[in-house]
Design a protein around this ligand. Structure first.
Ligand SMILES: [Zn+2]
Length: 206
C-alpha cells in the first residue's frame, strides 16, 4: 500500500476509535491525538488503565452494576442488607451511592432513561432483566426504590417502571425519592446530604 494512504488510514482509525467514546467528535479526537503525540508518557499510563479495565472490571450480567476481580460490588457484597433494591440509571449513580452510607442494599442498574433526543424508546429499556432479578431475589427484597433524574426523562422512566412493576409484583412496596430535590436535577450531581433527606422522605408509589 502507498505510504501516504497507509498513514491516513491508520490516523483515521485512531480518530474513529476516540469518537466511539461519549461526547467525543472529530475535533476532540484530533486534539487527543495531538496531546498524546506531545505527551508520550501518557500513552503508557492509558494503556495500563485500559488493560486494568479489561482484566479486572466487568459489567455484572445479573444487576448490570460493577464486577471487580470477579466479585460484583452489589450482588456479592456480604455486608449489605438486601431488603432494599435500588434501581438506578447509571454506573456513576451506583458508585456515588456505595461511597455514601447507602451501601446497604441491592442495586440494579437500569442503564438508561427514556429519551426522545437520544432515541431511547420503551423497547430499548431493560425491563425483562429487572423482572428476572427481582424474581431471583424475591425472598429478600421487601422494597424497590426508584432513583431517576428529576427531569422529564427520569419521570417518564419512573412512571413506566411503576406501572410494570405493580403488574408483575402487586405486593411489592415501590417507593421513589421524595422532597428536597428540585425539578431538573440529575441524581449524579446530588450531594450526600440532599440525597439522604430525599431518601428519608421517599414516597410510596400507589
Ligand atoms: Zn451484580
Amino acid at each position: 500500500m502507498d505510504f501516504n494512504k497507509k498513514f491516513w488510514d491508520d490516523y483515521q482509525k485512531i480518530i474513529t476509535n476516540f469518537q466511539k467514546l461519549p461526547a467525543v467528535g472529530i475535533k476532540s479526537g484530533q486534539r487527543y491525538f495531538e496531546h498524546l503525540i506531545i505527551n508520550k508518557d501518557l500513552n503508557y499510563d492509558l494503556i495500563k488503565s485500559l488493560e486494568d479495565i479489561v482484566k479486572n472490571f466487568q459489567r455484572c450480567l445479573k444487576c448490570f452494576c460493577l464486577v471487580y476481580k470477579n466479585k460484583c460490588l452489589s450482588c456479592d457484597n456480604v455486608f449489605s442488607l438486601k431488603h432494599h433494591l435500588f434501581v438506578i440509571h447509571s454506573l456513576n449513580v451506583f458508585l456515588n451511592l456505595i461511597q455514601s452510607e447507602f451501601k446497604t442494599g441491592l442495586f440494579f442498574n437500569f442503564e438508561k432513561q427514556l429519551s426522545l433526543a437520544k432515541k431511547i424508546t420503551l423497547d430499548k429499556l431493560p425491563l425483562p432483566p429487572l423482572i428476572t432479578f427481582i424474581n431471583d431475589n424475591k425472598t429478600t427484597i421487601k422494597e424497590v426504590i426508584l432513583i431517576f433524574d428529576f427531569t422529564l426523562e427520569g419521570e417518564l422512566t419512573k412512571n413506566y417502571l411503576i406501572s410494570h412493576l405493580k403488574k408483575h409484583f402487586p405486593d411489592l412496596k415501590i417507593t421513589s425519592l421524595g422532597q428536597g430535590i428540585s425539578k431538573g436535577s440529575a441524581i449524579s450531581y446530588l450531594d450526600a446530604y440532599t440525597f439522604k433527606k430525599a431518601f428519608i422522605n421517599r414516597k410510596d408509589e400507589e
